[in-house]
Design a protein around this ligand. Structure first.
Ligand SMILES: NC(=O)c1ccc[n+]([C@@H]2O[C@H](COP(=O)([O-])OP(=O)(O)OC[C@H]3O[C@@H](n4cnc5c(N)ncnc54)[C@H](O)[C@@H]3O)[C@@H](O)[C@H]2O)c1
Length: 336
């Protein structure tokens, strides 16, 4: 074939989503698909084909059982994972993904009553997904304030005394507030950082000490946010954004320091996910939903279940050469 031969034309199939982005740089090419009337009214919305817009997760898809083969290194069978903020929201759903993948899980949260009430729910989910397996992963609940060193030390001691060891950590405890920087009181910012940044630092440090003492490697996943890399608009949340940028760089720095100890550290940066945290913001500002969805190429907010696979991957041996990475799970929001 001559080297100056023209490239063959690349067939173009228009995507099913209609982009009309207002707050960020709109993509150059727009797929012209007729808008349904409700979406036309909400001029910034993306319209997805309902058949491809489902966030449903098949809980019955077994991890490593005979029915559907999966790569064995994705299994967390026999591992113990601590998950902060595990009583609700993203933390609880990620915990479910870990249990379904075979991990024993310690749900640690300020709200230990709610965490305790989820133990039987997670165990039942495992039995439902894996009816042929007789051994059910152990799930426990523990009270902790992640911003307190004493509380974290007591919590880790309690987890080790019940589970015998810790192999992994997921830090999901965190919160946000939407206040203009010009009015944001420093005391409130310190409280936010105490949970989002100090809480991540203290937990990671104390679990790393445990792993180094036991001469065992491990894997940590910090829950950051796309807000650590971009500035969300229009809601003002500078201290939150900065806290998540700090989490991302703590991760990278700890990944380098702890690599010789076979401890991996990665972040997951979710986009707009539907949880109590975002519901609260949307209740006060209903118009935000269109802005959030309009800026997301996949045309929807994330379901908490969308984090099950990424967190399982990062905790498992399937990602054994991945450390210091930031995995964005945002439906494409940050690439536009
Ligand atoms: N929901 C989203 O759209 C979204 C997007 C990006 C990142 N995130 C991040 O994901 C994480 C979880 O968010 P969520 O939406 O599930 O929130 P959520 O409010 O539903 O859950 C947070 C959990 O953390 C616990 N918690 C709060 N302070 C604590 C403390 N000091 N010690 C121990 N536990 C504490 C709460 O009791 C709660 O169970 C947060 O770090 C958040 O910043 C969320």
């Amino acid at each position: 074939m001559p080297t100056d031969a023209p490239f063959p034309p690349i067939p173009f199939t228009p995507p099913k989503a209609v982009f009309k982005d207002m707050s960020k740089n709109a993509p150059a090419a727009t797929a012209h698909v007729p808008l349904p009337s409700s979406a036309a009214a909400a001029a910034n919305a993306i319209v997805m084909d309902p058949e491809v817009n489902s966030a449903a997760i098949d809980d019955k898809a077994p991890s490593g059982s005979a029915e559907k083969p999966v790569l064995p290194t994705f299994s967390l069978d026999g591992r113990t994972v601590v998950i902060t903020g595990g009583a609700g929201g993203l933390g609880l759903v990620m915990a479910k993904g870990l249990v379904l993948s075979g991990a024993g899980v310690a749900l640690v949260d300020l709200n230990d009553t709610e965490a305790a009430s989820q133990i039987s729910v997670l165990e039942a989910a495992f039995k439902d997904a894996h009816p042929t397996l007789s051994s059910v992963p152990r799930v426990t609940a523990h009270k902790v304030d992640v911003s307190s060193e004493e509380s974290v030390a007591a919590c880790i001691g309690a987890v080790v005394s019940v589970h015998g060891k810790i192999d992994g950590l997921v830090t999901s405890a965190g919160f946000t507030e939407t206040i203009q920087s010009i009015d944001y009181p420093i005391d409130r910012m310190r409280k936010l950082w105490a949970v989002n940044v100090d809480g991540t630092y203290i937990f990671a440090q104390q679990i790393a000490r445990h792993l180094v003492k036991e001469k065992r490697g491990g894997s940590m996943v910090f829950i950051g946010s796309m807000s650590g890399s971009i500035v969300n608009v229009p809601q003002p949340q500078a201290p939150y954004n900065a806290s998540k940028a700090a989490v991302r760089h703590l991760c990278a720095s700890m990944a380098v320091e702890w690599a010789p100890h076979q401890i991996r550290v990665n972040t997951i940066s979710p986009g707009y996910m539907l949880t109590a945290l975002t519901e609260k913001i949307l209740e006060a500002n209903p118009d935000l939903r269109d802005a959030w969805v309009g800026g997301t190429p996949q045309g929807r907010m994330g379901a908490p279940e969308d984090l099950m696979g990424p967190v399982t991957f990062l905790l498992s041996d399937a990602s054994r050469f991945v450390t210091g990475a930031d995995l964005r799970v945002d439906g494409g929001y940050t690439v536009m």
